[in-house]
Design a protein around this ligand. Structure first.
Ligand SMILES: *Cc1c(COP(=O)(O)O)cnc(C)c1O
Length: 461
């Protein structure tokens, strides 16, 4: 299977190369030249698969059998060995039509563990096979960082530099990053926002000499392999509720469009998904887009759901590319406008198409708090301030025709203040994170300046 860039000006790569490259050289994002397609009969054969088997099957679709069954099985088994639930992604029923898939039983108790635990194994496999090393840089609004660190710590083929916005991640999130003392992990606290961090990463990638000298890779959600790996739990959930013979909806709290994009890909692969329902917080650039067809950047607000405090949804470019029927020129036109003027718009017919794929809702902080309270009262479940946006979005959508699976993206104990404010209770950290608040931390404070980050990476050689 070949991988092409959304912008059409980067080399065509195979799965291994696209995984190791992350971002494309032309500023675009890699995706398969043609998405794999499964028939209902093929999907039916997966009905009794366990999570590992399903992972092997889905990854084969994206790797063209270049990785053998047994290699993939080995990587998947290692990747999910540290998950704290035998089902890996268990599902609870919240009411007659709403189900809740808990994607937070991994080492950092958020959904990003799914992709990053596996991605770490993939990197180690590819790099050690080629006897090479990589420098990985990433930007995080909280959860990507800790999940990437947990996925890559101790691997001898990678050195990781993780940028986070100083003071804008929760104490639990920060400590999940900074208490990892492995030599190959370096935490940088940037004096700026998450978008500033992301722009620094982009600046480093857009410097070809630096990029090559340090063999830079990314593990941000722009990495195609992460999307492919996330496709697995969409299949798992839909199969549990009767796919391919019954359609389902998914409701997904999102900011960067990384999680829900995997749902869209699953749908394109033939999984019967009726609607993909997006929930955003006050940073509602995606919701506004699906209402109006206008993508317009505004200020970033700090909210109760900090992992969604984003105004540039990097993965959205992949969906836009599909929406435009893979018209590189049209896509480039929009992306150039967006980077120069902070906005672009699509025409009415494209908007109509987009609205057939997605519904979109938003919750402000007051509504998030109210929804945590309401779900707790009606079900006894303590829900974190991100996942609860998915639940509220699912309720607002008229979903009478099909059940809706809400993706639970974080364990409530990761955001104790929001939970406490809503229901007056402390959500307990799972046992394996019990002494997190007492461990020593390691990090470096840095200016919002790509040159300073370059010097640090240079100095670490
Ligand atoms: C990262 C994250 C999200 C948003 O993920 P997207 O990449 O924007 O889809 C939502 N909730 C939590 C807890 C997260 O860590």
């Amino acid at each position: 299977m070949k991988y092409i860039s959304t912008r059409g000006d980067a080399p065509v790569l195979d799965f291994e190369q696209a995984t190791l490259a992350g971002l494309a050289e032309d500023g675009g994002l890699y995706l398969p030249s043609k998405l794999p397609r499964l028939s209902p009969d093929e999907i039916r054969t997966l009905q009794n698969s366990d999570y590992i088997h399903l992972t092997v099957f889905i990854l084969q679709q994206f790797t063209d059998n270049r990785l053998s069954d047994s290699v993939l099985r080995g990587l998947a088994t290692k990747a999910y060995a540290d998950f704290n639930h035998p089902a890996i992604a268990p599902i609870k029923q919240l009411d007659e039509q709403i189900f809740f898939m808990e994607l937070f039983h991994g080492p950092t108790i958020a959904f990003k563990d799914f992709a990053l635990q596996f991605l770490g194994q993939l990197f180690q496999y590819f790099l050690s096979r080629n006897n090479t090393r990589r420098t990985i840089i990433g930007a995080t609004s909280g959860d990507t960082g800790s999940a990437a660190i947990a996925g890559l710590r101790g691997l001898d083929s990678v050195q990781l530099f993780m940028l986070h916005p100083a003071g804008r991640v929760s104490a639990v999130q920060r400590r999940q990053m900074t208490t990892v003392l492995d030599q190959n992990i370096c935490n940088l606290a940037v004096d700026g926002t998450f978008d500033d961090c992301q722009n620094i990463v982009k600046a480093l990638f857009n410097d070809p000499a630096f990029r090559q000298q340090h063999a830079l890779s990314a593990v941000n959600s722009i990495n195609w392999a992460r999307i492919a790996i996330q496709v697995v739990y969409y299949f798992k959930a839909a199969l549990a509720l009767g796919a391919p013979d019954r359609a389902v909806n998914f409701a997904v709290p999102t900011g960067n469009f990384g999680n829900v994009l995997a749902g869209y890909i699953a749908k394109q692969m033939g999984l019967p998904i009726e609607r993909l329902i997006i929930g955003s917080n006050k940073n509602d650039i995606l919701t506004r887009f699906f209402e109006t067809g206008r993508m317009e950047k505004r200020d970033v607000y700090a909210t109760l759901s900090p992992s969604m405090d984003i105004q540039i949804s990097s993965n959205f470019e992949r969906y836009l590319f599909e929406l435009m029927q893979r018209d590189h020129a049209h896509l480039k036109h929009c992306m150039t406008q967006f980077s120069q003027q902070g906005r672009f718009r699509i025409d009415k017919s494209l908007l109509k198409k987009a609205q057939q794929d997605f519904s979109a809702y938003r919750l402000d902080d007051g509504q998030i708090t109210e929804e945590i309270r309401s779900v707790y009262r009606s079900t006894g479940e303590i829900i974190d301030p991100h996942s609860v946006i998915g639940i509220a979005a699912a309720k607002r959508e008229n979903h009478a025709s099909a059940p809706t699976i809400v993706l639970g993206t974080a364990h409530p104990s990761k955001f104790p203040d929001a939970v406490k404010a809503a229901i007056g209770l402390e959500a307990q950290l799972p046992d394996h994170l019990d002494n997190l608040m007492h461990k020593p931390e390691k990090m470096q404070n840095v200016e919002n300046d790509p040159e300073e980050i370059k010097r640090i990476i240079q100095g670490s050689r």
